[in-house]
Design a protein around this ligand. Structure first.
Ligand code: PAF
Length: 285
């Protein structure tokens, strides 16, 4: 369904019938990662609704908004195959009736995210995500919403936003789905040819190598970062960042850190790929 009126009356009926709703927000061009979200969503509610909306507000000026693949029919077929109940696909005009520049912005403060490389590398991106997800939450009024952990920093942003705005929605992070090579499934993999896809597997190899190094007790963080960035560069990618942080606070890893996250973004061909790995550390609590 495309219209908000139709969506609202469906949602009201769910309330009346005492049915719960799980929500998977997407920008379409669905891959196995999204399908896993929809599949898992069935565990949380009576009905599963997926939105498809390529959100202009979260793309920077020089990013791939126009090129972003729109594959609506194929997406609907994939969703049907996993018993998704409703596809909501609002138009840009309905989402931003007064235009983007007049839109009220939901901005999660940067204090918790000062270590969040994705926010610094893509200014305005997370305001765009927080704003559209808030709007979608207000439209769909889900009980539960599921997000892929590939976008680790996005998941953290949404969790903070839901807590800060007292939204009665359970946020469920779902582990990243990977190719056999380790490459994280992503809509942007569609920009890559087979050779580039094979090459891009270096991202996961670098993450794994860093993870093992940390688990073996190494704490020379900036040297490890430099090593991993060089590893990615040597394979022919252009690293944007590789950061090793406390998985909970994004603070730099220290002797007390019990769980670290390695966050990475790198360019290959026309794609900017992101990925991450969370590793437990054998540090004293
Ligand atoms: O992860 C995405 O696909 C998008 O950032 C989201 C959450 C659908 C908001 O546009």
């Amino acid at each position: 369904m495309q219209s908000l009126t139709e969506l609202r009356s469906w949602r009201q009926q769910c309330h009346k019938d005492g049915k719960t709703v799980a929500f998977v927000p997407t920008m379409g061009n669905l891959h196995e990662g999204h399908i896993e979200l929809v599949t898992q969503a069935h565990q949380y509610a009576d009905y599963v609704i997926t939105s498809i909306f390529v959100n202009p507000m979260q793309f920077g000026k020089n990013e791939d908004l126009d090129a972003y693949p729109r594959t609506f029919e194929a997406d609907c077929d994939k969703l049907k195959a996993v018993n998704n109940h409703v596809v909501f696909y609002p138009s840009v005009e309905d989402m931003y009736p007064s235009g983007l520049s007049a839109q009220t912005v939901v901005s999660v403060p940067n204090n918790e995210f000062e270590f969040c490389a994705e926010a610094t590398q893509r200014p305005g991106h997370f305001d765009g995500v927080a704003t559209v997800v808030t709007k979608l939450f207000n439209m769909v009024q889900p009980d539960t919403a599921l997000f892929g952990q590939k976008d680790y920093q996005q998941v953290r942003l949404i969790q903070t936003m839901v807590k800060d705005l007292n939204l009665p929605i359970k946020i469920v992070p779902v582990p990243t789905v990977r190719e056999k090579s380790g490459l994280a499934k992503s809509s942007r993999n569609g920009y890559l040819n087979d050779d580039q896809k094979a090459t891009a597997a270096i991202i996961f190899q670098a993450l794994t190598a860093v993870g093992e190094t940390l688990q073996n007790g190494a704490r020379n963080i900036s040297e490890i970062q430099t090593f991993a960035i060089e590893m990615i560069e040597l394979a022919g990618l252009k690293p944007d960042y590789l950061e090793i942080r406390d998985a909970a606070s994004f603070a730099p890893v220290n002797d007390k850190t019990t769980e670290a996250v390695i966050l990475v973004a790198a360019f290959i061909g026309k794609a900017r790929l992101i990925d991450n790995l969370v590793v437990k550390l054998n540090n004293a609590k």
